[in-house]
Write a protein that binds this ligand. Structure first.
Ligand code: FES
Length: 144
C-alpha cells in the first residue's frame, strides 16, 4: 500500500473526527503499529464478524505469557484502531490476564469511537478470546 502524504492524512483525520473518532483512536488507526503477522507464532486464530470484517491474530506464547502479538485486520477504521489497542494491552500479559480483558478496557484507551462502531471493539475481543481458547485447547494452527 502506498504511504499517505500529509494532505491525505489530514483529510482522513478530519473525516474521522467528523464521524466521532478521538484523535487518539485515529492515531492508532493511521499508525497500524501492531498490524501484520508473526512467522513463528504459537497460535494463529481468525474470526469474521457479522459485518464481514475479518481479524487474524498471531500470538507468541512463552510460559503462559503473551510475548508478542500481531493482528491482520480486513476491516473498518474502528476495527483497525481497536485491534491495535488490544495487541498493546495483551503484550507481556499472562493468558489469564488477557482472558479478563474487557471491551471497556479497549474503549478507554481509544477514548472515543462512533456508537455504531462499538461492535468493532467486540469483534476484536472475541477474536482474542477465541485465540486464547484455541491455544489452550491445542486447536487452531501455528505460524510457519
Ligand atoms: Fe465490522 Fe467495524 S464494521 S468491525
Amino acid at each position: 500500500m502506498e504511504e499517505m502524504n500529509e494532505n491525505d492524512e489530514r483529510n482522513v483525520r478530519e473525516l474521522l473526527i467528523g464521524s466521532g473518532y478521538s484523535d487518539k483512536a485515529i492515531t492508532y488507526y493511521l499508525d497500524k503499529k501492531n498490524m501484520g503477522s508473526l512467522p513463528d507464532a504459537d497460535q494463529v486464530s481468525e474470526l469474521t464478524g457479522v459485518c464481514g470484517d475479518t481479524m487474524k491474530i498471531y500470538m507468541k506464547v512463552e510460559e503462559g505469557k503473551i510475548k508478542d502479538a500481531k493482528i491482520q485486520v480486513l476491516g473498518c477504521p474502528g476495527a483497525i484502531a481497536s485491534a491495535m489497542v488490544a495487541m498493546d494491552l495483551i503484550k507481556g500479559k499472562t493468558l489469564d490476564e488477557a482472558k479478563r480483558l474487557q471491551d471497556g478496557d479497549i474503549f478507554r484507551v481509544l477514548e472515543q469511537i462512533p456508537d455504531q462502531k462499538q461492535h468493532c471493539i467486540r469483534l476484536t475481543n472475541k477474536t482474542l478470546q477465541k485465540a486464547i481458547e484455541e491455544y489452550e485447547n491445542g486447536n487452531g494452527h501455528k505460524g510457519e
